[in-house]
Design a protein around this ligand. Sequence first.
Ligand SMILES: *Cc1c(COP(=O)(O)O)cnc(C)c1O
Length: 229
Amino acid sequence: MNDLVVARGEVLAQIEQACAKVGRAENTVQLLAVSKMQPSDCLTAMYHAGQRAFGENYLQEALEKIEALQDLDIEWHFIGHVQRNKTKHLAEKFAWVHGVDRLLIAQRLSQQRQPTQAALNICIQVNIDDQASKDGCQPAEVADLVQQISVLPHLKLRGLMVIPAPDNTTAFAQATQLFEQVKSLHAQPADWDTLSMGMSADLAEAIAAGSTMVRVGTALFGQRNYATV
Ligand SMILES: *Cc1c(COP(=O)(O)O)cnc(C)c1O
């Protein structure tokens, strides 16, 4: 499991270099470890390497890991597609949900968040490069969604999340522009500080463009083995 320590160190060094290149402080970019398809003991090892924020895509798999690893102080992020009939578990078990792309989903998450819990952190997912197969709202819908979601009681609207097509790095600049535009809205959300973009293959480009949170799986854990999980 020592190789996970090494892999994490390498990814942190990549983040640091990407920040230095554009004159950003290293602590302006957070590393989210994407642990989908990885067994719980790999998450435990990554946790002991110092990682606290983990991202999962598949609800059932995530719930099993959350249960198994409940003694660890993990911050759980849901980065998969949010289905309307799955919001209750998301509201109760996660600290962050990155894939909110319509008001109804946000309303349900707010209603289903337990009042005793801290507010649920939310990112609005934007289909920034208009991919036919992708989830996310249209860029033109963002301003309205921000206004509507930021008044919901049990949520903290933190920012935007995008998954552009591979090699479409101009999409990162478009996402940054949209992210900055929200700051100039009349009623700017109080906690608007997160631009979730960049993965193993393109984290440096995403950071150069303004990402504040990179979601990294393969570069941390190695290739996912879809055959055995
Ligand atoms: C799987 C996944 C990642 C991580 O991808 P890698 O290429 O393995 O780093 C990041 N974000 C989302 C939304 C994902 O589904």
